[in-house]
Design a protein around this ligand. Sequence first.
Ligand code: X2X
Length: 339
Amino acid sequence: MSALTRRTLVKAGLLAAPASLCMPWVSSRAAAKIVMKYGNNLPLTHPLNIRAAEAAEKIKTATGGDLDIRIFPNNQLGGDTDMLNQVRSGAIDFFTPSALVIATLVPAAPINAVGFAFSGYDEVWAAMDGDLGGFIGDGIEKVGLHMMRTVWDNGFRQLTTSGKPVATPEDLAGIKIRVPVSQLSISLFQALGAAPTSMQFSEVYTALQTKVVDAQENPLPIIQTAKLYEVQKYGMLTNHIWDGYLFVASGKTWYRLPEAMRKIAEDALNEAGRKQRDDIAKLNASLQAELEGKGMIFSRPDPAPFREVLKKAGFYVQWREKFGDEAWTRLEKYVGKLG
Ligand code: X2X
């Protein structure tokens, strides 16, 4: 219902309460309907897209159709680097980058992605809902974007290869592995002796299929929904990085929305994010068996020697310096001493 129609109906005594009580922006906007674009890099079947679609529906209903968020999944609007530029300029309104990827703009954002830092989800959510997530959100706000406070789950990243399984760091020697466009990921796999290459996710399936690279690393729900099991044979449950999706809005367009509308949107997105975390937890319990059914072979390498190699290579010292003491201390508050 448009604001005008609503006002006419109220005037005529046909609506009990003025719409402005529940939609306070209607009196301030003649043409209230706003369409916003949300781009992401994941297939439609991934819980991130399923829950985001639910949130968009909810937001549309709660705003009486005035805020319509349209979702462009699966890199339809370009790869991560493109979408990052678009959300900065306001060409798109929402984007869910991994902290690994937003690091080109906010260098301290991937503090959650230090190798082998988190030992489980209790630590992850305490940190991300607490001080560490707050720190990341502040950094993102400073570059003119807004981060919804609930961080969505990508998951613990696991290694996959096509040629041979990896049990120890020595097995990684020289393996051509695709990592996201992230200095931290490159540094991690270089320190472990592999030969990492950065690539946007939009190119990964083809790069594996054509053997431009032999290996990649991603959480199981991505290996499943992006069908990477078709082009990878071995799965190693390394849990080497915990990775989340930051639900980011373009400051240019977000802050133009009336405050009450922003609240409706942010609450719905945060609620959807919490449900999405549960979805990923459920998938984590079943996906190994499902992927084995599709022909993958799984193993669980001992993380200790990997951590040891990183320590000896100076990985933790180097990244403590890069992130700075403030970020590092916040991380260690949740995960204990590192390096
Ligand atoms: O690019 C990846 O590997 C992905 C999909 O996990 C991210 O968005 C970082």
